[in-house]
Design a binder for this molecule. Sequence first.
Ligand code: NAD
Ligand code: DAU
Length: 352
Amino acid sequence: MILTTGGAGFIGSNFVLDWCAASDEPVLNLDKLTYAGNLGNLASLRGDPRHVFVQGDIGDAALLGRLLAEHRPRAVLNFAAESHVDRSIHGAEDFIQTNIVGTFHLLESVRAYWSGLPAAEKAAFRFLHVSTDEVYGSLDEGAPPFGETHRYAPNSPYSASKAASDHLVRAWHHTHGLPVLTTNCSNNYGPYHFPEKLIPLCIHNALAGKPLPIYGDGQQRRDWLYVRDHCAAIRRVLEAGRVGEVYNIGGGSEMTNLEVVTRLCDILDALRPRADGKVYREQIRFVADRPGHDRRYAIDAGKLERELGWKPAETFESAIRKTVHWYLDNQEWVKNVTSGAYRDWIGKHYGD
Ligand code: NAD
Ligand code: DAU
């Protein structure tokens, strides 16, 4: 079996669902169930013996030791993290704890387990660390996209904590020989995306008749990738990636935030027109910028394509429509995740 951490979050749950759709190999899924983790994402696997869920922390060495010894996974995939830049600006402690200290404990537990495996299992074992393009910092306009050797220059507490975790993973390979793989991916979107992030927040606010908040001038650029394409890339890297290597993953689909939000508005105008006959673009509001806001990210995913033959199956146009459809069809999911604690966050971050 494989062990995933953070498999009840946005990308992790999409990964677990896609894995179980494509394979009979069981998944042991360890997730702390923070505000961002939701077992409802995995409801379709209820009763399926291939999915074993355990609520717990990647920093809990005793729990990890027991789980690894009992289930003997052939691979560990680390999705678990605090993932929202704005939250890391309000308070970084959870980011340091999970993304850095948690990754350290996970690496140590996995190293102890891996060291004791018989030779063949030891050679086949993989630790795959899921990371982000934000570790490379901000790109100037016109500069070539991030390659795997781009220097690290993280600018937010979130990206600094992810950069630190990438360095730990690298060191556990170079010093201890742990067979690691690291992926650095661009912005994802798709089903089960928590509505604190730009795309699901704007779909949710649009339908609720609320403002669509654009930070600063809205000209910041991101490279958007459909989450299921990201999951396919991770499966491919796990299957055939070279040990110790880093693979950048991106959608080749760079857009400004304003372009993304106006596209969402236009799709909603077509699929769910406003009752008053007006257009959703009228709900766009320019608000105070994010402190330290990175201007541009773009990924060169050429290594992954050349070495492992991966390319995104979706374009932004095809997958953003699927995504909007998913949110329209899953308003109950949105209602469940936007209760209580979510409202506190929105009040704290955006005020009135
Ligand atoms: P998410 O916030 O939606 O989910 C994180 C999951 O990790 C949640 O289920 C949460 O309960 C769990 N978790 C948090 N702390 C934990 C702990 N200490 N122990 C165990 N579980 C814990 O995040 P996401 O967007 O799905 O991101 C997953 C990974 O991918 C992260 O490492 C993130 O840095 C990376 N990433 C995200 C994106 C993106 O666009 N969302 C892009 C590139 C890389
Ligand atoms: O690049 C990969 C990263 O993408 C991941 O590592 C992070 O985990 C993930 O959260 C995401 O980070 P971003 O900060 O790019 O995503 P977010 O959806 O928060 O913001 C996208 C852009 O939209 C960013 O430039 C900030 C802007 N934004 C965001 C929000 C929430 C707004 O203009 N208004 C908003 O209300």
